[in-house]
Design a protein around this ligand. Sequence first.
Ligand code: SAM
Ligand code: SF4
Length: 451
Amino acid sequence: MTQIDRLRSLGLFDARVPRYTSYPTAPVFSADIGAAHQAAALAGLDPAEPVSVYIHIPFCERLCWFCACRTQGTQTLTPVENYIGTLEQELALLKETLPAGLRMGRMHWGGGTPTILPPALIHRLAQAVKAVLPPTEDCEFSVEIDPTMVDTPKIAALAAEGMTRASIGIQDFDPLVQQAIGRMQPFDVTRACVDDLRDAGIGSLNADLVYGLPHQNAARLDDTLDKVLDLGPDRIALFGYAHVPWMSKRQKLIDAASLPQEVARYRLAERAADRFRGAGFTPIGIDHFARPGDGLELAARTGRLRRNFQGYVDDSCATLIGLGASSISRLPAGYVQNAPATPAYVQRIEAGELAAVRGHVMTDEDLMRARAIEMIMCDFRLDLEALHERFGAMAARLRPEIAAVAARFGDLVEVTSTGLTVPPDGRVLARLVAHVFDAHAPEGARYSQAS
Ligand SMILES: C[S@@+](CC[C@H](N)C(=O)[O-])C[C@H]1O[C@@H](n2cnc3c(N)ncnc32)[C@H](O)[C@@H]1O
Ligand code: SF4
């Protein structure tokens, strides 16, 4: 049997399983958990432990058809400016709730398009956050950058506020692919953005690419990869296109007949991965690549790689505070999510209430399974001894699942007396392996393709 036939027989091309950026995954969150839980968990934080902060900016000037992010189009800055005002109010509510002395070790601005903010709003937002959560000396600040929606003054403003990493949206450089996903982005514009970022002293650049897009084939992909490598990123995220038109209505504009089929899609991902390895990048987890010495590569090498809503991170903060519409916070007691729709979020904050409307309180077993799944997604191994050390005898509850994984995946996983390891040939199955340990997997939930 060929490798492709094996992967097919194991269900890789049919499976729809989560990407496990959290455990349990967001569809499991309950409406019984809300602002009261959020307030209690925030008040109970240890001020000696710096926190990560995520800020969601749900606005874009153009709405790309392929995009599944929570965002809305706007041609004027009025709603954006109003939204920054709401974030300031949310920060004021946090200030009343958080223990004194808490500091920020990481900040990430995502969206949507954070670079829709003009310099004055960039400064206003950054200053508002820092006033409530002063940054640690080594605080890292990363921002998602749309090269078509940024200019030198915006980059200068972000750099002045301490941006240390820029994550640049690229997806694909081929004009036919760009047309089919409703996102025109000339290479020259991207090159100018990268040059500006380097000139501003931004030391770490990440490039976001997507495989499995309409009309992508080997030749077109090769051309995109040449251009991406020419830009000299430090990290690359290579996401599989998630075609979920039932969730993201604008994807209905994409002709499903132009999407590469399962095996072609798998080969595109392999082709890009081979190319990145050949260019000296280290594969990280299921979909990232990093240059040796980059923070993500160091974290992977030293067992400090973590997974959160931003994907793979080398973030050591246990707590993540999410601000803005739809943002998810990871607090010691569990997860809370702000009202997903911007008007509902604004209404909550304007009424003087924290904005969480859903969440999940973690049991001890949830915490153990979350760490087990994170180990599989980050390190391609499940270390029962480490779980036993941290969670005690409960770790043995995973033994039946380990046996189930061995029976299902054969030599594409190696079961040992201390857990399991997924060797390179089986790594494409990581989401499926992780899914076996998911005790909350909702019946009938529709996730994106596993490959
Ligand atoms: C918020 S966007 C990036 C920032 C900025 N708005 C831009 O477009 O450059 C985050 C990233 O998510 C990824 N993404 C969005 N929709 C996706 C989908 N349907 N499937 C896979 N990746 C997707 C893209 O790589 C995108 O760059
Ligand atoms: S890819 Fe970026 S610019 Fe395009 S719709 Fe999504 S968030 Fe907006």
